[in-house]
Design a protein. Structure first.
Lengths: 126, 574
């Protein structure tokens, strides 16, 4: 299943909190929203893997977390696994606009230092 | 008859004065006396669901087993309230054999039974005595039965109460002794109860928890919202992960399963939840994630280092190749230049000889001169030699530059390095890239020799110059662009500034241009390693700095700063 089909299936199941993928010269941008709990994380994993395959070595995969309202350990596991895969493929994974509540969990787990982070101007956390 | 009334009255008094079962013993003693019996007994099924036996002459009722009870009352059964005679018989387990017995059923309905039996050692019971016992039985039966029923009701109540107490105790013990936190919160999510495990988990006193919003106990109070939404909507939430905060600030990873308790009208009464500490599991997972990330990072660094080494090796090889070519050119160039100088001397001698010959034999010489066009040839000789000299000088300079540039062996030691000469020689090497797209404006200050690995610094300058030329070339404009190079001393540092009037560096990628593999060139045109390696050479190996800036549309400026005294102690690279 291609990225478009995976996204369509995901958004059909998680309508109110959809995911979106856009491509730009800056890299592949994946917008995540809602609660990254066990079910959502399981469903998101193939989408993020497919988005990673869309990036070329030396390119960037940006995860926009500005609309994420909750993260469980499975969600943190999803991000760390993706980070590992990205580094092995020489792709720079960047977390964009990490909400404070998500950052707090990552910091408590001592994992924040492993991630690259960017903040856009004027984006308010949810 | 009068005696019977008196006995009955005495029986009523006995029952009225004592509410306990002892009244039954007193009653059987009264009947024993009134009927002039040698033995008397009252059997009944007590309110506490026990088979009882009250024997005349004793003080307390005696409990019987079901088997013994059946053995005892078998002879008195039947006949309703009418007394029956039987015997000889012995009360099983008690007393001696009596010849004649008189028995009457007190009642036999509603799960309760009772009997009175009277025994005589000798002689029989008369019909009048039988009638009297029937009358007595009729009189006391409602009382004995009512007392048994009342006692049974009381017994049931006590049993229900005991069951309730036991059930409450069991529930309390389940909640209090649970190893998991169990809590109750009202509809507004204010904690109304919590068990000991919960207090221990949170490291808080009961008053610090009860009466406070549950959200206050969470590391992220907002993380309580999804759970409340599920509990209010679906009636429950299973295995919801929440991070709680101990009083000492420590974060505890928990798994919560909760449901809502609703009233008869469906109104939300309270939340009842069980919270399990899964910190140990999360700790293990975290270690696994961390190890994976560290491995991936190490793997990535290894890959980058390998790529950088390969690229550096390539550059070094190019440098060595250039040095080899320069060396090879140098020898023939030496004798070419020497031969050229000799040839020039010889030609000048020949020209001088020809001019002398023309003075001696003018006519013959003029003929030859005119036929061979010697006048033009002699005229061209000077500029030809002059141009050739220039050409030789340029070749010598290029070869010298190549030799100067190509000192990029990886084990090159620190040595005095002339920054301006380094730039000059690098310009020669890069000239082919630059000459069609840009003019070069040099503004060199007086720089003392710095301690550096010259070959590496030349690589950095070459990289910046080639990038500048390519950036200018990408604009496809009419006429040439400009590369401005200046050198200065600032404090204890030599500062090289190289500016171009190309398209500049977009602001959003300025922070990335020194990252390995980052490139804006078309696939295959750039490795994305040039500036990364340059950064490594200047910053890591020489303790200097390399910065890029791009203001407005005025192109890009790269500034290389190098410590004149050489890399500080501890700078990498060797």
């Amino acid at each position: 299943m291609g990225l478009a089909e995976l996204l369509a299936a995901y958004n059909a199941a998680h309508g109110p909190d959809p995911a979106a993928v856009t491509r730009s010269p800056d890299g592949v941008l994946v917008l995540l929203s809602g609660e990254l709990d066990m079910r959502v994380s399981n469903d998101l994993a193939p989408i993020l893997d497919a988005a990673l395959q869309d990036c070329s070595p030396g390119g960037r995969l940006l995860l926009d977390l500005s609309k994420v309202t909750y993260i469980a350990s499975m969600g943190v596991g999803l991000l760390t696994n993706l980070m590992g895969k990205a580094e092995r493929q020489s792709i720079r994974l960047v977390l964009v606009d990490i909400p404070p509540r998500v950052r707090k969990i990552m910091e408590v787990l001592g994992l924040m230092a492993f991630f690259n982070e960017e903040r856009r101007e004027g984006v308010e956390p949810p | 008859m009068t005696r019977l009334i008196a006995a009955t009255s005495e029986l009523f008094r006995a029952f009225a004065s004592d509410e306990s079962e002892k009244a039954n013993v007193e009653a059987v003693n009264i009947i024993f006396g009134f009927m002039k019996a040698d033995a008397a007994a009252l059997y009944y099924f007590s309110g506490s669901k026990e088979y009882r036996f009250c024997l005349a002459g004793t003080e307390f009722p005696i409990a019987l087993t079901e088997e013994r009870w059946k053995e005892c009352v078998r002879r008195a059964e039947g006949g309703g309230g009418t007394a029956r005679r039987f015997g000889p018989w012995t009360v099983p387990g008690f007393g001696e054999e009596m010849a004649c017995w008189l028995g009457a059923e007190l009642y036999h309905a509603g799960g309760g039974v009772g009997y009175i039996i009277l025994g005589r050692k000798s002689g029989d019971w008369s019909d009048e005595e039988g009638a009297a016992l029937s009358n007595i039985a009729m009189a006391v039966a409602p009382i004995v039965r009512a007392r048994a029923d009342r006692e049974r009701a009381e017994f049931v109540r006590r049993q229900v109460e005991a069951n309730l107490v036991a059930s409450d105790r069991r529930l309390r013990s389940f909640i209090e002794d649970s190893r998991d936190m169990i809590y109750f919160a009202n509809a507004a999510d204010i904690v109304t109860g919590v068990n000991a495990a919960g207090l221990e988990l949170l490291g808080r006193e009961r008053h610090e928890v009860i009466g406070h919003p549950f959200a206050d106990l969470a590391l992220n109070p907002q993380d309580r919202e999804p759970l409340l939404r599920r509990v209010r909507g679906d009636g429950f939430a299973s295995d919801y992960e929440i991070v709680l905060r101990r009083a000492d600030g420590e974060a505890i990873f928990c798994l919560e399963t909760s449901h809502c308790n609703r009233g008869a009208e469906g109104e939300f009464l309270e939340i009842q939840g069980i919270v399990k500490d899964i910190s140990e599991r999360i700790k293990d997972e975290r270690e696994m994630w961390k190890t994976n990330l560290e491995l991936a990072e190490a793997n990535m660094k290894l890959q980058r280092t390998q790529s950088i080494m390969v690229q550096q090796e390539k550059l070094a090889s190019i440098g060595q190749l250039a040095a080899g070519v320069a060396h090879e050119i140098n020898n023939p160039l030496g004798f070419l230049k020497s031969n050229h100088a000799t040839l020039e001397k010889y030609v000048r001698s020949v020209v001088e000889a020809w001019r002398e010959l023309r003075r001696i034999v003018p006519e013959a010489a003029a003929g030859i001169e005119g036929r061979l066009g010697l006048a033009e040839i002699f005229e061209d000789i000077e500029p030809l030699f002059s141009d050739s000299d220039d050409g030789f000088a340029r070749i010598v300079r290029i070869v010298a530059s190549l030799k100067n540039f190509s000192r990029a062996e990886s084990d090159e030691a620190l040595a005095p390095y002339d920054v301006n000469a380094g730039i000059e020689s690098t310009l020669v090497v890069a000239w082919n890239e630059i000459k069609y797209v840009a003019e070069v404006k040099k503004d060199f200050g007086s720089i003392p020799p710095i301690s550096a690995r010259g070959g590496e610094i030349n690589q950095v300058i070459l990289n910046i110059l080639v990038n500048a030329a390519q950036a200018i070339g990408s604009l496809k404009r009419e006429g040439k662009g400009l590369i401005a190079i200046s050198t200065r001393v600032r404090g204890d540092r030599a500062v090289i500034s190289i500016s171009d009037d190309g398209p500049g560096i977009p602001k959003d990628i300025q922070s990335k241009i020194f990252d390995p593999f980052f490139t804006t060139k078309d696939p295959g045109s750039g490795t994305g390693l040039g500036l990364s390696i340059s950064y490594d050479i200047v910053v890591a190996k020489h303790g200097g700095s390399l910065t890029a800036s791009s203001e407005g549309v005025a192109g890009a400026t790269f500034v290389v700063e190098l410590p004149i005294a050489g890399p500080p102690e501890g700078a990498g690279g060797d």
